[in-house]
Design a protein around this ligand. Sequence first.
Ligand SMILES: [Zn+2]
Ligand SMILES: [Zn+2]
Length: 434
Amino acid sequence: MKKLSVLAIGASLSGGAIAAPAGGDAARTLVIHAGAVVTIPGEEPLGPTTVVVRGGRISEILPGHVERPDARSIDLGNRTLLPGLIDTHVHFSFSPETKLWSAAINTAEDVALFAFSNAKKTLEAGFTTVRDVGSDGYSIHALRDAVNDGTVIGPRIFLSGTSLSIVGGHGDMSGLNRKTTEALYPYDYTGACTGAVECALRVREAAKYGADLIKITATGGIMSQQARGLGQHLSDDELTSIVTTAHGLGLKVAAHAHGGAGIAASVRAGVDSIEHGTWLDEETAKLMAARGTWLVPTLGLLDGRKTSDASPAVQAKMAEARRVAGRNIRLAVRHKVKFAFGTDAGVSPHGQNARQFRLMVEQGPMTPMAALRSATVDAATLLGQSDNLGTIEVGKYADMIAVAGDPYRDITLLEHASTVIKDGQVIRHEVRAP
Ligand SMILES: [Zn+2]
Ligand SMILES: [Zn+2]
């Protein structure tokens, strides 16, 4: 096997060599020659194709190998070009190594830089867009804005900020003594709320300070230190208030929900997506399909996590969840519930997001084509970004990756993106060594 090397072209995360012609329109034009192009996941790929990028957007898609003198070009040989991947459930502000007491040690500046390093891993793995669904404070807001204005290079981020939760729920801080908790997490600064009025206030605060969506923890959570189970936490009144207020402000609601009653209550209240959906049942799956509620399955989020490392409260919940792993996606496929790719990276390691594709294909079961759609076309729809993201079409953002082979035949190819392009910038490009 030939050795691979990684070339960084243009502006790069690692500060690689600039290989673009200097100045003028040509510097902003990129020509990509690919052996095959999956323009719209779910449809048959095109054969040898040239994709031209101008000003960060796709401007032309031409059959064959077309040259553009003076433009930067990259030749993917016989590799397949496909849309950049989207993970709709990540947490850049923490990782599996983050400790309960990290908040007492790390500053917001530490968290911002840590989040940037996680964003870098994610982008290099081929995920050009993410939804960050739960991070304390405003570090991710700062990262999103810095990416958008070009200060740093990272995946485009849609974020919720702090999750809305009951007092002592999954989105609130548990496991520290009261004095420490109140010092680190003053009540008004958390997403905890009680009653319809206060929950509406939290939604408006999140909107005021720049959230792109609202995240709620409708039920208990597995990895938090609260021992109040995985059942419904926010009341029906609170859920309805949150959804009505958020939708009135043009924001979607993503509901973390494990227990069956909490999933059903969230769906009835009108949330846009159920995150996890661990104990989804037939009846609620049918309701989700009828209402168009999305499932973000977060398969494999506990893989590689040792139960014995967790506290007793968490151990019990991990064991329960492991017993029903895969049930959510099986029911979603069976009842034609819409689903979007989302991993819960942060709980699982950053940069390994693409491992979920294999689990989706095995546990759905579903075709690789359907799994790929969930991380492109379908995820873009959930984000409300179908005009900009999810396919390789003229006018869309030039977010693309390349893999060595046909991802419709082997979904695990997505674990090894050889080229990553975002906004027309070549983030990484592997070429075969001479
Ligand atoms: Zn969750
Ligand atoms: Zn999560």
